[in-house]
Write a protein that binds this ligand. Structure first.
Ligand SMILES: CC(C)(COP(=O)(O)OP(=O)(O)OC[C@H]1O[C@@H](n2cnc3c(N)ncnc32)[C@H](O)[C@@H]1OP(=O)(O)O)[C@@H](O)C(=O)NCCC(=O)NCCS
Length: 210
């Protein structure tokens, strides 16, 4: 029971709430009770619907501070990330981002650095989570765009000459003070985000529908 491992009670409650609501939302998509949803952990740690359920439903959860967001898709592998904007040191970018991403960030005026940092972070994290390889995927083996304008893109991925045809990145609408991104392996198909907020609870359901 992972909730018992949290030092702060507040974090344990957030963890359990997000988990419980995730099961509830997934159960609605599957048309079964929340307790009947079978979840398994993929080879590299990504939670998935158990194969015994024989449904193609894909999902991914992210939480930050008191917010959580769940992406659900009936077709493509998805990854989602939400982050609360908090001050960070520039060493963090050097540690996690590719050299191209660092160059783009370092060229920005000071006041644009933080939002661009979090756009880069959430786009990268969403891609890692959609990809499913977890920590085995080197963070410098791919580049994301960091600009606010225009649709976000996966610009480079080692071993894939056309990563933008395979993967689609999305900005996600999140509360003020947070940044969110979603990645989906759309394989050239078009998909749109549809939002279903659960009012007054800590989870938001960003369904990706075709
Ligand atoms: C495991 C990992 C994906 C979690 O990310 P996080 O930002 O700490 O936390 P998030 O709230 O966004 O996501 C957590 C949820 O992702 C899901 N998850 C766990 N492992 C996952 C994996 N390997 N792939 C996709 N999703 C995963 C779970 O539902 C988890 O929820 P839980 O904590 O309630 O079990 C992340 O720690 C990781 O492996 N990152 C590697 C890449 C990295 O270092 N990025 C730095 C920024 S670019």
């Amino acid at each position: 029971m992972r909730a018992t491992r949290f030092v702060r009670e507040r974090d344990a409650i957030r963890f359990s709430t997000a988990r419980g609501l995730m099961r509830m939302i997934l159960s609605r998509y599957l048309g079964i009770s929340a307790s009947a949803v079978t979840l398994v952990t993929g080879v590299h740690g990504k939670p998935e619907i158990g194969p015994s359920m024989r449904v193609p439903l894909q999902f991914n959860l992210s939480h930050s501070a008191d917010r959580a967001i769940l992406a659900v898709c009936d077709r493509f592998p998805v990854g989602i990330d939400i982050e609360e904007i908090r001050p960070i040191s520039e060493d963090v970018a050097r540690h996690f981002f590719s050299s191209r991403e660092c160059s783009l960030l370092n060229a920005l005026p000071q006041h644009e650095y933080m939002p661009a940092f979090y756009r880069c972070w959430t786009r990268k994290e969403a891609f890692v989570k959609a990809h499913g390889a977890g920590l085995l995927l080197p963070l410098d083996s791919f580049d994301v765009t960091i600009a606010e304008a225009g649709a976000p893109r996966l610009e480079r991925l080692e071993g894939d000459d056309h990563p933008g045809d395979t993967w689609t990145l999305y900005n996600v609408d999140v509360p003020q003070g947070f940044v969110g991104a979603l990645a989906a392996m759309t394989m050239g198909h078009t998909a749109q985000l549809r939002y279903q907020s659960l009012a007054r609870v800590l989870i938001q359901d960003a369904s990706l529908v075709i």
